[in-house]
Design a protein around this ligand. Structure first.
Ligand code: NAD
Length: 443
């Protein structure tokens, strides 16, 4: 049993803290937002993540999981201090904003009164481990106190975060202090996952290279989709045929509206920025971003090709979250789609199984006129009176809709399937004008 402090109670911090508590450790999660901590203390989670609420409750009940806004309380007796605060895109041309990490490091320095290992789980630019060390060292209230810094990038996916944390493909640890890295490795031993111990720069780079590779796979298949559509091939079957090849693999070969979320967009940008700053010319990363941006525009092109002007049209949007099983709206394709269609004078009817509140807040933050957006309770409400329906998130419940009922509720039967969850022949049979992504109809 170890004493662990986790800084940040977002998707990564709350999952990390709860899973370590579930493994029998004594964990205190710290966040600077009082409202989040107050709610957590009442068992109300700030995020939607399948299975998490029950696990939090179980570990709080067992007395192993605590929440506080106080660094003093959180760091008290902590042997391991995990930093899991945001690193969004900053103001400087795609660079990661390190303000939250640096603030966390300064606050650690103010309270630390014993040896501890500070572990960085936030995704940070290569070299940030040195920055964290320096910030703590320069701000230590008790300069005699010693500490070590270890990089431990996180690879969990929202929507499957508990499973990913508990059964990771690998655990990556980077440090210039091998003993500290070994101590952190011992925390992870019960997971029986491969543990890679390396230097701090390499560990930080593994995270960016992994995310950039997955984003590249998505942009690659989206480029292939565009070629398929023009030449008459079906990208879904192309991906299937490619995916059986073990050297390629089927994962991340789903053509659609491209990647969004809190990680891929900002991480590819940050990596490209690091390379640019180093005097390199990261052509592929720039192409990956360009393709991803254009992919979202396809929806608008398809809508206007069929409907002509969108002024006065009602566009139904199924799905707000950037992917299924999460309420996370960060860089979701739905935001761009709703922005563009409302800018052309259309009104929007929208439904998401869990992201209504986060969706409303995100659209408002983006300056989208909410008078043009109606939030519905079901997919069938969205379809009612719509001139077109756009599927923007592949939630399971959108895969088995009664499409006859959907079709009957609509004013015009236009279906733009941004996630390729339906088949053209079947939808045509129901009377839809159906457009998927990259699904040519052959010669
Ligand atoms: P998040 O925005 O969901 O949560 C971050 C939390 O940190 C917030 O609750 C915020 O209030 C809190 N916070 C900010 N400053 C703080 C401080 N000084 N002290 C304590 N708490 C503070 O972020 P997230 O999605 O959990 O991501 C955290 C990091 O993990 C990022 O660097 C991200 O790139 C990385 N990451 C995220 C995922 C993911 O799927 N979300 C996966 C892997 C890695």
């Amino acid at each position: 049993m170890s004493n662990i402090c986790v800084l940040g109670t977002g998707y990564v911090g709350l999952v990390t803290g709860t899973c370590f508590a579930d493994m029998g450790n004594n964990v205190t999660c710290v966040d600077i937002i009082e409202e989040k901590i107050a709610k957590l203390k009442q068992g109300i989670l700030p995020i939607y993540e399948p299975g998490l609420e029950e696990m939090v409750e179980r570990n709080v009940h067992a007395g192993r999981l605590h929440f506080t806004t106080s660094y003093e309380e959180g760091l008290d007796n902590a042997e391991f201090i995990f930093i899991a605060v945001p690193t969004p895109t900053g103001a400087n041309q795609g660079a990661a904003d390190m303000r939250y990490v640096e603030t966390a490091a300064r606050m650690i320095a103010q309270e630390l009164d014993h040896y501890a290992i500070v572990i960085n789980k936030s995704t940070v630019p290569v070299g940030s481990g040195d920055v964290v060390s320096r910030v703590i060292r320069n701000n230590l209230k008790r300069p005699e106190v010693n500490f070590a810094v270890v990089s431990n990038p996180e690879f969990l996916r929202e929507g499957n975060a508990l499973g990913d944390f508990q059964r990771p493909d690998r655990v990556v640890l980077g440090s210039s202090d091998p003993e500290a890295a070994q101590s952190v490795a011992r925390l992870y031993l019960p997971l029986r996952a491969p543990i890679l111990v390396t230097d701090i720069y390499t560990a930080e780079m593994i995270k960016y290279a992994s995310n950039a590779f997955l984003a590249t796979k998505i942009s690659f298949i989206n480029e292939i989709a565009q070629i398929c559509e023009r030449l008459g091939a079906d990208v879904k079957e192309v991906a299937e045929g490619m995916g059986h090849d073990k050297r390629i693999g089927r994962a991340f070969l789903d053509a659609g509206l491209g990647y969004g979320g809190s990680c891929f967009p900002k991480d590819v940008r940050a990596l490209a920025h690091m390379a640019d700053e180093a005097g390199l010319h990261p052509q592929m990363l720039h192409a990956v971003m360009d393709i991803n941006h254009d992919q979202r525009r396809l929806v608008i092109n398809k809508l206007t090709n069929i409907l002509g002007s969108l002024r006065g049209c009602v566009i139904g949007v199924l799905g707000l979250a950037f992917k299924p099983n999460t309420d996370d709206m960060r860089e979701s394709a739905s935001i761009d789609i709703i922005r563009w269609v409302t800018a052309q004078g259309a009104t929007v009817r929208v439904y998401d199984p869990v992201a209504t509140e986060t969706g409303r807040a995100a659209l408002e933050r983006e300056g989208i006129n909410l008078d043009m957006v109606e939030f519905c309770q079901t997919s069938y409400d969205v379809a009612t009176g719509a001139d077109a329906l756009v599927i923007s998130t592949e939630w399971n419940e959108f895969k088995s809709l009664n499409m006859l009922q959907v079709r009957a509720a609509m004013r015009r039967p236009v279906l733009i399937d941004g996630r390729n969850i339906y088949e053209a022949t079947e939808m045509n049979r129901y009377g839809f004008i159906y457009r998927g992504i990259g699904r040519g109809t052959g010669p």
